[in-house]
Design a protein around this ligand. Structure first.
Ligand SMILES: [Zn+2]
Ligand SMILES: [Zn+2]
Ligand SMILES: [Zn+2]
Ligand SMILES: [Zn+2]
Length: 450
């Protein structure tokens, strides 16, 4: 069966899910809608719902969870411990299968051997088993240790992060059908969420749309080969052999430098002998070793300081983020190529920080430089690209460059129609901005005519 770009591959409600702790009290624990009029569960006082209907829909599972939460209050277990208990309860309920590909918890991969051989995960499991048994108390009967390890494996390998249209993490959930889909660093489909309902849509035409020919990305595609491979190995226990992982030129582009020939805007890459190869644009290859050493030093500094920038971002120290980025951008100018992944990450951090401290002119300088590399690494139809276009478009609108804003917002909207569909809230949000832009352009035109 052929699937067209933008077509639904799969739509599925979670088998079990939890709202992240940081949203407790501001979003409904069942549907994740935000509201300032949520009703607290009077049993445990630990979960919140929009209304009776949402509470009722959650009651089968929460009935038992409620007792467990009450027993350990005011302590609240970690989100993943809560998810595991909900997984146990949901499985015990033996509900009829209602997911598209009729999968059960039995069908999920557990990778127990790999977990046993992995010291970090084994230790994590030991802590988990202890906390979970305290939390479950006498209310929920847990499987024996081997059974629990299997369920733990199924959870860590198969859980999805549930996020909204603006890519903010809201919760985690287990989706039995969707967990059948394999990974590719160059996916032909994307998973998005409408509330807590997962929807997988084709982002390009898929000639054979059977489930083993549909690929989504499990990880951030804006990462160089080694980082991607390590993330997949550590988190999911497999070696990625996708088309992108085997593309030597792609791998080099992610780490490319500016051609040292100042007349040329091409990219040079380190070859296997760790020297600069031939420039793809001007053909030059006669570069002194000192140039390479200087360029490598800049790249290493970027890598190291990006780690620190990440920490500062977490602490919302935006001014410090912006200062660090400015410094790095100055140092790496005409050294790191526009498509170098670390340069793109610095630009991205600078863009976010500039928006946070309301320096919109600066944001308008940084944001647009991320757009081409984003497309290159995420692919044309990607939620990340759409959101970046939306943000840069909004900045241009704010700065009254209506024509540019309209162009970017239209591009964003076109991608969202494919990745999210026209019923999604984010599509409707972008549409409002497109209309605002058109209206302002119309007014400008009228003024100039009269
Ligand atoms: Zn709700
Ligand atoms: Zn409760
Ligand atoms: Zn790959
Ligand atoms: Zn060149």
């Amino acid at each position: 069966m052929k699937l067209d770009e933008g077509e639904n591959v799969l739509q599925e409600d979670p088998f079990c899910h939890v709202l992240l702790q940081q949203h407790r009290g501001s979003r409904c624990d069942m549907c994740f809608d935000s509201s300032d009029d949520l009703k607290k569960c009077t049993g445990c006082g630990g979960v919140y719902y929009c209304n009776r209907l949402c509470q009722k829909r959650d009651w089968m599972v929460h009935k038992l969870e409620c007792k467990c939460l009450k027993a350990i209050a005011p302590k609240i277990p970690m989100d993943s411990v809560r998810l595991l208990l909900r997984l146990v309860i949901s499985q015990n309920l033996n509900l009829p299968m209602n997911n598209q590909w009729s999968r059960t918890v039995e069908d999920l991969m557990a990778h127990t051997d790999e977990i046993k051989a992995d010291p970090d995960r084994s230790e994590q499991f030991a802590k988990f088993a202890y906390t979970l048994s305290e939390y479950a108390g006498k209310t929920v009967t847990l499987p024996d240790l081997h059974g629990l390890l299997k369920l733990f494996g199924k959870m860590v390998i198969n859980s999805y992060t549930i996020y909204d249209g603006e890519l903010r993490d809201l919760g985690i959930g287990i989706y039995l059908s969707a967990s059948k889909l394999d990974h590719s660093c160059r996916p032909n489909a994307v998973a998005t969420f409408h509330g807590v309902t997962l929807v997988v849509r084709a982002v390009s035409d898929i000639p054979d749309g059977t489930s083993d020919k549909v690929f989504i990305s499990y990880i951030d595609q804006l990462s160089p080969l080694e980082e991607r491979q390590e993330a997949l190995r550590k988190q999911y226990y497999f070696q990625c052999t996708c088309e992108k992982c085997n593309d030597e030129e792609f791998k080099e582009t992610m780490l490319s430098f500016c051609c040292p020939n100042s007349q040329c805007c091409g990219a040079v890459c380190l070859n296997k002998k760790r020297v600069f190869g031939r420039c793809r644009l001007c053909g030059n290859s006669d570069f002194p070793a000192s140039l390479r050493d200087g360029a490598m030093a800049v790249l290493d500094e970027c890598k190291t300081r990006l780690g620190q920038i990440q920490e500062k971002k977490k602490d919302k120290k935006w001014k410090a983020v912006l200062d660090s980025c400015k410094d790095l951008l100055q140092k790496s100018a005409s050294i790191l190529h526009a498509n170098n992944i670390y340069l793109v990450r610095v630009l991205d951090a600078a863009f976010c920080a500039a928006i946070e401290v309301e320096k919109f002119e600066l944001a308008a300088k940084y944001g647009p430089r991320t757009l081409d590399p984003y497309r290159l690494y995420y692919g044309d139809n990607s939620p990340n690209v759409a959101l970046q276009l939306f943000m840069v478009g909004k900045i241009q609108l704010y700065l009254q460059d209506m024509k540019t804003a309209l162009k970017l917002l239209e591009m964003s909207r076109k991608i969202l129609a494919v990745t999210h569909g026209i019923e999604h809230k984010i599509y409707k949000d972008v549409t409002l901005f497109v209309e605002q832009c058109r209206e302002e352009l119309r007014v400008q035109l009228e003024k100039s005519v009269s």
